[in-house]
Design a protein around this ligand. Structure first.
Ligand SMILES: [Zn+2]
Length: 505
């Protein structure tokens, strides 16, 4: 609620101060001037676009004792009592909490009485779509025969939920989302009035983030000022809003431009590890790219992009953002989108197709039951390997949804044997730390996930694949290994199971 202070403080007090709804305020001004105010209005539109504000200005204007133009004087006793919220002739009802028939019946009774001190009594019913059908009926009766002194202003964010019968009784105004420049202007004015120094980049970002809602824009400004004090720059805005810092966005853009799959996946990892939301990452990235597109269109440099590529990239990201809303694995959706945007060649350079090193099919020696060093007979790569009962990529995905750190350890591993209720996971030699940390969490989420997916209980054996000694000459660093493998998994589908392909059944 502290976040509302600025918004309330700067709430327009007359029609001319209302931002971004010129068509509506002009019509209302004319109605007030001509004394032809209607008995029922419907104000429809997204939150924070000024519906309540305009309703209150209108309520004061019709009752103002000292009005000369369309605007209320805001000084006379009726204006003042309305501004203080103490006027008996401005009745605000929140339909979200008073949605029943009793309230509307009560309203119907009270409507008959003449206003206490003013010409008219104005009823502002906020979130009117929340009323029950019975309550709507009662309201409708009132609207059908309104006493001459009553004015109804119904406000709603969801006009489609208001019955036609009610709509048809109202003069309707559709409030639109405020354009960014309008919000920017108000943010600038309010910042200056608050004695705060806010950089243009910060202002622009706040305005964009407000998504058409002035209330949100000022709420965000307030939040940022509370954090940063009287000087606010873009980095601080990013910190407060939990957005991905510009630098990361720059690196992501660079990775996309250069088709650097590995770099992109590492950045995603970094962002996720930093506790950021991948959905937000996509939105921020799109904002960032959009700025580059605008700059390119305006001839201000193309940031190194070929326009066609930039557009394709944005289209792919927009699709990813949409897909993420429905996916339980938004990160996966993003990673796939990023990989689709990077030429395959860059991945081929990074990793030769079958990473046989870890998924070593018939690993001799690791076949033993639970002893990693066991020297069991040639592993039969039995019926029940990966394919049979264990869909490792799927399990990994499910683990990730439950526990990201555990997933980051487990994805280093490959299931090398599964059977008789026991699953053996092999970690590459360089991943001893990860193996130990995964093992330390066992039994736990992995076992539960396995049970849920396979319908049976598993005991997990963790072993280090000592036979994949150091590292084969590779063009990549060790840390990137899992990322690349993951990339391949995403790209190819089933690379992980290179062995199980033909087996089973
Ligand atoms: Zn007045």
């Amino acid at each position: 609620m502290t976040r509302m202070v600025l918004y309330r403080q700067w709430r327009p007090r007359n029609f001319s101060e209302v931002v971004g709804q010129a068509a509506i305020t002009r019509t209302l001004e004319n109605a007030v001037k001509a004394n032809r105010v209607s008995h029922a209005y419907l104000f429809a539109g997204p939150r924070g676009t000024g519906k309540t504000t305009v309703a209150r200005v209108l309520a004061r204007a019709v009752n103002c004792q000292a009005r000369s133009g369309p605007d209320p004087c805001n000084e006379c006793p009726t204006c003042r009592s309305a501004l203080e919220g103490s006027s008996p002739d401005v009745v605000e009802i929140d339909a979200a909490s008073h949605r029943g028939i009793d309230e509307m019946r009560d309203l119907r009774e009270r409507v008959r009485f003449a206003p206490a001190i003013s010409k008219s009594r104005v009823y502002v019913i906020d979130e009117v779509h929340m009323l029950t059908p019975e309550a709507f009926n009662a309201l409708l009766k009132t609207l059908e025969e309104p006493p001459p002194h009553a004015i109804f202003i119904l406000a709603t964010t969801e006009p489609h939920r208001v019955p036609m019968t009610v709509l048809s009784r109202c003069q309707r105004f559709d409030f639109r989302r405020l354009p960014e420049p309008d919000i920017r202007k108000v943010v600038e004015i309010v910042s200056a009035a608050e004695g705060a120094e806010v950089t243009p980049g910060a202002v622009a970002t706040l305005a964009r983030r407000a998504e058409g809602s002035l209330r949100d824009g000022l709420g965000l400004l307030e939040q940022c000022l509370a954090y940063a004090g009287s000087r606010l720059d873009l980095d601080q805005v990013h910190e407060v809003l939990g957005m991905v810092e510009g630098e990361v966005l720059e690196r992501l853009a660079h990775g996309l431009r250069e088709g650097a799959a590995r770099e992109l996946l590492e950045l995603v990892e970094e962002v996720v590890a930093g506790g950021k939301d991948v959905r937000q990452l996509v939105r921020d990235l799109m904002d960032y790219l959009r700025e580059q597109l605008v700059a390119a269109v305006e001839g201000g440099g193309d940031g190194g992009w070929k326009p066609a590529n930039l557009i394709r990239t944005m289209r792919e990201l927009a699709q990813a953002e949409a897909d993420m809303r429905w996916s339980p694995h938004p990160r996966l959706v993003l990673e796939m989108a990023l990989l689709r945007l990077t030429p395959v060649s860059s991945m081929e350079v990074a990793a030769p197709p079958p990473p046989a090193e870890t998924a070593s099919p018939p690993v001799p020696g690791s076949a033993g039951d639970d002893r990693p060093a066991g020297d069991g007979p040639p592993v039969v790569q039995p019926q029940k390997t990966s394919d049979a009962g264990v869909d490792w990529p799927r399990i990994l995905a499910a683990v990730r949804a439950a526990n990201v750190p555990l997933h980051s350890f487990l994805r280093m591993a490959q299931p090398i044997q599964a059977g008789e209720g026991r699953l053996t996971l092999a970690f590459p030699a360089h991943a001893e730390v990860q193996m130990k940390r995964a093992a330390a969490q066992s039994p736990g989420i992995l076992e539960q996930t396995l049970a849920e997916i396979t319908g049976q209980q598993w005991e997990i054996c963790f072993e280090l694949d000592s036979k994949t000694p150091p590292r084969r000459p590779r063009k990549r660093s060790e840390t990137s290994e899992p990322l690349v493998r993951q990339a391949l998994t995403l790209f190819e589908g089933e690379v992980v199971e290179d062995d199980g392909g033909g087996g089973a059944t």
